[in-house]
Design a protein around this ligand. Structure first.
Ligand code: GTP
Length: 238
């Protein structure tokens, strides 16, 4: 299937949605992200979105006390991503975008189920598609879900929207000599254990030659600059 426009998958962490509260959904952040996504849509960029669920529940953490099994914790996390997806849909529609939420788990009263061919048609029609409920399976991260969806929809890149400017050799908040890496290979990301994404996600990107862009979501217009002009502040794994 030939694409007319650029197509990207943007992955936001659930924690980013929480803002300073550290929990729940900060409506100002939601408004900000929606504005950044609108810039993409206005520039004929087709956008898929995956949002984590860590602002509501983290599967691993929920199961840490032993009462909740990991599998159930992960399913709870998947439900959390649907909550974030619906919130984001509202925020995007509020500013005039067409949006569809598709869930990997069937919750038909709330949103469509994930159907890959339908997702592509939505994108072609200029709708933003938000993919909820991860991969629908426990033991997979939302980074892996985002990479999987990016590959399925034949995205040109997956953008991991974070609080940092890119990938550093060390934690830049702890080490003054940390150096930002503009470009690195999939193999280096795996070998050096640079936690851009988990290994499953990076391996999936590698096999499918999907570039992973790590960028600062709080730098205004950064997403647009990266996609449209190959500029912007980021690191690329390819
Ligand atoms: P086209 O008409 O094919 O271009 O797409 P469309 O998404 O506008 O049409 P559709 O009739 O599939 O959907 C109309 C609205 O219903 C959209 O907002 C969909 O997100 C929503 N919708 C479609 N299927 C479901 C579903 O199974 N559950 C829920 N909750 N909403 C759905």
């Amino acid at each position: 299937m030939n694409k007319k426009n650029k197509r990207v998958l943007v992955k936001f962490s659930g924690e980013a949605m929480a803002g300073a509260n550290g929990f729940g959904i900060d409506t100002e952040i939601l408004r900000y992200i929606a504005g950044e996504i609108k810039l993409l849509a206005e520039n004929n960029i087709e956008v898929g979105i995956v949002i984590g669920g860590g602002n509501i529940i983290r599967g691993v953490t929920a199961s840490a006390g032993g009462i909740i099994r990991r599998t159930s914790g992960d399913y709870m996390g998947m439900l959390a991503t649907v909550i974030n997806a619906v919130a984001m849909q509202e925020a995007l529609e509020y500013i005039g975008l067409d949006v569809r939420v598709q869930s990997a788990l069937e919750i038909k009263e709330i949103c469509e189920s994930y159907i890959y061919r339908k997702a592509i048609r939505h994108l072609e029609k200029g709708r933003v598609v938000i993919f909820g409920a991860g991969t629908g399976n426990p033991f997979f991260t939302t980074d892996t879900a985002a990479t999987l969806r990016a590959v399925e929809i034949n995205a040109d890149m997956i953008i991991k929207a974070t609080k940092v400017d890119g990938v550093y050799t060390k934690d830049p908040e702890k080490f003054k000599d940390a150096v930002k890496l503009d470009v690195l290979s999939y193999d280096d990301a795996l070998k050096e254990n640079i936690q851009v994404m988990d290994d499953t996600a990076i391996a999936l990107a590698k096999v499918n030659r999907l570039p992973i862009v790590v960028c600062n979501m709080f730098k205004e217009r950064n997403l647009l600059e990266i996609i449209k002009n190959d500029a912007g502040v980021c690191s690329i794994v390819k």
